[in-house]
Design a protein around this ligand. Structure first.
Ligand code: CTP
Ligand code: MG
Length: 223
């Protein structure tokens, strides 16, 4: 069955602080959402792409995305989870979903292909992750350290996150759920989530420093 990529691009980009919603901010001259969609197409692994954008930007998204029948634009929601749910609803025919942030605009197509290959090989939930380089501590509300998890057992998780379609539909079936990633919802169903090695270029463009880094990468200035 079809592999459908869902691209959440409906956020405001508060931390980036530009006047335009983040997914429409250019990196190396091209809007992030277009770069993300081009990466999905270049992977050769995706049959259809659904992009979720703010209501007022549907027309501009259609205008700036590749003019192919396999790319569709729908209205996102107030929270990322609402945007992903809108994409799930728009693809009742999907056999597999890839959920891929527009803000991870430089994600190598090869990583997208690796996630999809694991899905097709029968893994129900696949996420890319990198070893963390900082020491991570838990703290309480007053800032006091409550613990230091062993770093070797931690991964910083990226997208695309891949799922058997019915599994993701089940994970989203309950209203009012909250999670910072889609795999977190699947874990709550008691289904095992598999990690594969991520890629540094799949970093999420979140802050002005991230944007400068992404611009430098596309300039060929290197990383
Ligand atoms: N996203 C979305 N719908 C929302 C919120 C976020 O589709 N209501 C998307 C963003 O457009 C982004 C991805 O989810 O591609 C990851 O979210 P994040 O990096 O947090 O982007 P923003 O929410 O736009 O940024 P911020 O949290 O700084 O406002
Ligand atoms: Mg956000």
């Amino acid at each position: 069955g079809p592999v459908v990529a869902l691209v959440p691009a409906a956020g405001r980009g508060v931390r980036l602080g530009e006047s335009t919603p983040k997914a429409f901010v250019p990196v190396g001259g091209t809007p992030m959402v277009r770069l993300a969609v081009e990466g999905l197409i270049a992977s050769g692994a995706v049959d259809r792409i659904i992009v979720m954008v703010p209501t007022e930007l549907v027309d501009s998204a259609v205008a700036l995305l590749p003019p192919t029948g396999s790319v569709q634009v729908v209205v996102g929601g107030a929270e990322r989870i609402d945007s992903v749910r809108a994409g799930i609803t728009a693809a009742p025919d999907a056999a597999y979903f890839l959920v891929h942030d527009a803000a991870r605009a430089l994600t190598p197509p090869e990583l997208i292909a690796r996630v999809t290959a694991e899905l097709r090989a029968g893994r129900p939930a696949v996420v890319p992750g990198l070893p963390v380089t900082d020491t991570i501590k838990s703290v309480d509300a007053a800032g006091a350290v409550t613990g230091t998890p062993e770093r070797a057992g931690l991964r910083a998780i990226q997208t695309p996150q891949g799922f058997a379609a019915d599994l993701l539909r089940s994970a989203y079936a309950t209203e009012g759920i909250q999670a910072t990633d889609d795999a977190g919802l699947v874990e709550r169903l008691g289904v095992g989530v598999h990690t594969i090695p991520g890629d540094p270029l799949a970093f999420k463009i979140t802050t002005p420093l991230d944007l400068r880094l992404a611009d430098a990468v596309l300039d060929g200035a290197g990383i």
